[in-house]
Design a protein around this ligand. Structure first.
Ligand SMILES: [Zn+2]
Length: 178
């Protein structure tokens, strides 16, 4: 289930964002893991830079304007929180999917992390290290090099444009057919 919390987004934009998430997860999650999606809850919280976000200890700043937080399993359901900055919504673009383009790019990235945690590819240990596909990583989040060079980030960055483009093509095809 996908839920969106935002002070500014209307019904149409929320629908489009939910459609993008469903589309992206369908591509990201391998066939033999798809059943797990039914037991996964994703809450997407839109927030403003520097402003407090309900239930979050971090605020959106110049360094982190979108993130994915895995809350673990509650009552048999895997819980995720995605935080996205409202500054990614463009007010100048005319088309709905262009107004939300940056939101989709960042969602594609964060949903890739959802897939990684959901399927168990990525696992965070309490001591700050993590496991990626059976291999233990000592990971220093302060180091940009570690960040950009880690296999899970390479996958997440690598998904951004492709998922947006595929979604856009699918959407335009549907709209032309109407
Ligand atoms: Zn990332």
């Amino acid at each position: 289930m996908i839920r969106i919390t935002s002070d500014t987004l209307g019904v149409h934009d929320r629908d489009l964002i939910r459609r993008f998430c469903t589309f992206a997860l369908d591509i990201l999650v391998p066939q033999d893991k798809k059943h797990q999606l039914k037991k996964t809850d994703i809450r997407i919280k839109f927030g403003r830079p520097g402003k407090e976000i309900k239930g979050e200890t971090s605020v959106i700043g110049p360094k982190g304007r979108a993130w994915c937080r895995y809350e673990g399993t509650v009552n048999g359901r895997k819980k995720f929180v995605l935080v996205i900055s409202e500054s990614y919504i463009s007010s100048r673009a005319k088309k709905d999917y262009m107004r939300l383009k940056k939101v989709f790019l960042y969602l594609a990235h964060e949903l890739t992390h959802v897939k990684q945690y959901m399927t168990g590819e990525l696992y965070d240990y309490a001591d700050g290290t993590c496991r990626w596909r059976k291999e233990r990583y000592e990971y220093d989040p302060e180091s940009n090099r570690d960040y950009y060079d880690s296999p899970w980030e390479i996958e997440a960055f690598g998904r951004e444009w492709g998922l947006f483009k595929m979604f856009k093509l699918q959407l335009l095809k549907e709209r032309r057919a109407k």
